[in-house]
Design a protein around this ligand. Structure first.
Ligand code: MTE
Length: 387
């Protein structure tokens, strides 16, 4: 009998990226022996449904290559999808509802945005007490160049009525049993922003299946959940879409909540833009180093704001010094940073990084607990031993 590993290895990455002839099988989450073709180096957080985390050591380039880019699925990916048959419908509060084929979509002028995409649940594993959900550590984040028509160009063809205040996206996910479908909406102001896309390309290649082939929404600077994959329907609504993934999903308490406390829906707000945050990509946590001279490196991002400063501490947060920000930058993209440091002696050290953004936000020293474990941006730290 063919093993699961062999079977998966037999399904080439190219097959998975292009046609949908071979749906990815799903296996129990406790089987950690498998790797996913094309994503071999990622950490499998769940097979059902596929959730893959990037090891933080890979955050050493401005653009994250697609094979290192995290994957977050709430349900099964579409098992069959023929690009020749695919259609995108645009309707709701518009004057002229219409549908687009992929060929028609590709004729609309393309725009590119380098965007840091982060899952709202990134860092959830560090909440105490634990909260339910995928236990992401640091790597449910990545940066890519997304390209495709502006969503506003697609909407303009339909003519949005003055009553149109929100824009809803529906994906082609296969919804198992009674699970509510992954449908969410964004306000019309964000939908018509020049940097909100119907993206067909990622890092100059056609979107891979895991990232929403043939088209996904790209809502720059916002939590990943806003950027619906495998788009099939865009609908203009009078009010925010009502559904599980808008409420209670992806909402934060207006006031800090205590574990065990019940927060009323009216005391919550939707999670939209990303927080200010930085990660240390090198050295790795628990590294044993033979040299006292170190190049401490990492990334820092702030959603719709700009990173203005990254500070590094080599004494567990007692004193801080400015790191150097690398030249590569774009409005919604992370900055690489580095800090050259000489250990004063051999021994154990706690290295920490703290980012500040153009809105004056800075990272807290501990996670801000909330019932769903969203937007954890507490200061990152690694423990190292200099031999
Ligand atoms: N779109 C659909 N249709 N279904 C999903 O499960 N997951 C969302 C978003 N878009 C999701 C989706 C979430 S929670 C995140 S963080 C991003 O996709 C992840 O994008 P990626 O898998 O391309 O990294």
């Amino acid at each position: 009998m063919i093993s699961r590993r062999k079977f998966l290895q037999g399904v080439s990455a190219a097959t998975l990226a292009g046609s949908f002839a071979h749906p990815l099988p799903t296996w129990p989450a406790d089987d950690t022996s498998l790797t996913i073709p094309g994503k071999e180096e990622l950490i499998v957080r769940s097979y059902r449904f596929l959730d893959l985390e990037t090891p933080v050591e890979y955050f050493n380039s401005w653009l994250t290559p697609s094979n290192h880019f995290f994957v977050r699925n709430h349900m099964h990916e579409p098992s069959t999808l023929d690009p020749a048959e695919w259609k995108l419908s645009i309707g709701g509060e518009v004057d002229r509802p219409y549908t687009l084929t992929l060929a028609e979509l590709s004729k609309i002028e393309k725009h590119s945005v380098v965007n840091t995409l982060e899952c709202a649940g990134n860092g959830r594993a560090y909440h105490s007490p634990k909260v339910p959900g995928v236990q992401w550590q640091k790597g449910a984040v990545g940066t890519a160049r997304f390209s495709g028509p502006r969503l506003r160009a697609v909407l303009e063809r339909a003519g949005v009525k003055p009553t149109g205040k929100h824009v809803m996206f529906r994906g082609l996910d296969e919804v198992p049993g009674k699970v509510p479908p992954f449908i969410r909406s964004i306000p019309i102001e964000k939908a018509t922003d020049a940097d909100t896309l119907v993206a067909t390309h990622m890092n100059n290649a056609v979107l891979a299946k895991h990232h929403g082939f043939p088209a996904r929404a790209l809502v720059s600077g916002w939590i990943g959940a806003a950027s619906c994959k495998w788009l099939t329907e865009i609908k203009v609504l009078e009010r925010e879409f009502e559904g599980n993934f808008m409420s209670p999903g992806y909402r934060m308490p207006n006031q800090p909540a205590k574990p065990g406390e019940t927060v009323k829906p009216e005391d919550t707000h939707p999670v939209t833009g990303l927080n200010v945050k930085s990660l240390i990509s090198s050295p790795s946590d628990s590294a044993i180093l033979n040299s006292r001279t170190l190049n401490i490196q990492g990334v820092a991002w702030a959603g719709e704001a700009d990173i203005v400063r990254v500070e590094v501490s080599a004494d567990g947060g007692a004193s801080w010094q400015d790191a150097q920000l690398a030249a590569d930058r774009a409005r919604y993209a992370w900055r690489l940073w580095n800090f050259k440091w000489k250990a004063p002696n051999s021994g154990d050290f706690v290295i920490a990084a703290r980012a500040t953004d153009s809105q004056g936000r800075t990272q807290p020293s501990a996670p801000v607990w909330n019932p769903s474990g969203y937007l954890n941006n507490s200061i990152d730290q690694v423990r190292i031993h200099v031999a």
